[in-house]
Design a protein around this ligand. Structure first.
Ligand code: IMP
Ligand code: MG
Length: 181
């Protein structure tokens, strides 16, 4: 089977994603000109985004991964956040850029920011591929935002439904019947 057959519609094409990420990467290269930021990608959804983003950044960077599980196999936020992988290095005194796939209710992000703050970094900025603006309160500030997401469940480019569809190169919506399987 081809996973593309399960897609109802494409919301953001591969080309649009790449073009936007290039712009965000160039902004990061400017903003951190004389620094070496540490990009922390949130597993697993943020991985695809990180691997493209980092290749367009032209200043020295380092990367690390933080594993967070906030969704089971359903499409609703549980509000329960569990650490599945901690940082590999000491992040105190570092300029941190959190690389997230999507901010929905913002619960995961709030949890992650508090966790990082506690380790005394020099600065923290948020970089998100998608923002479901209407789903969270306005006190969540996303410094580098690629796209506003509609208030519906999306898959692809790192985002999953029941752990599948992360390998689609675009962002799309699944056919209704997939959820009833
Ligand atoms: P939040 O805590 O509600 O902001 O949820 C954040 C996390 O839930 C994201 O990092 C994703 O892993 C997942 N998530 C939220 N919305 C979607 C979606 O539309 N598709 C796939 N995963 C999503
Ligand atoms: Mg995530």
């Amino acid at each position: 089977m081809n996973i593309k057959d399960d897609i109802e519609k494409i919301l953001i094409s591969e080309k649009e994603i790449q073009e936007k990420i290039k712009k965000v990467a160039s902004q990061i290269s400017k903003d951190y000109k004389d620094k070496t930021p540490l990009l922390i990608s949130i597993l697993k959804g943020g991985v695809v985004f990180l691997t493209d983003l980092m290749r367009y950044i032209e200043i020295p960077i380092e990367i690390d991964f933080l594993g967070i599980a906030s969704y089971g196999s359903s499409t609703k936020s549980s509000g329960v956040v569990k650490i599945t992988k901690d940082f590999n290095y000491d992040i105190s005194g570092r300029h941190i850029i959190i690389v997230e796939d999507i901010v929905d209710t913002g619960l995961s992000l709030k949890y992650i920011i508090n966790l990082i703050k506690w380790k005394n970094p020099e600065s923290i900025k948020i970089c998100a591929l998608l923002d479901k603006e209407s789903a969270h309160s306005s006190d969540i500030k996303i410094d580098y935002k690629c796209f506003i997401a509609p208030d519906e469940f999306v898959v692809g480019y790192g985002l999953d439904y029941s752990e599948k569809y992360r390998n689609l190169p675009f962002i799309g919506v699944l056919k209704k019947e997939i959820y009833n399987k």
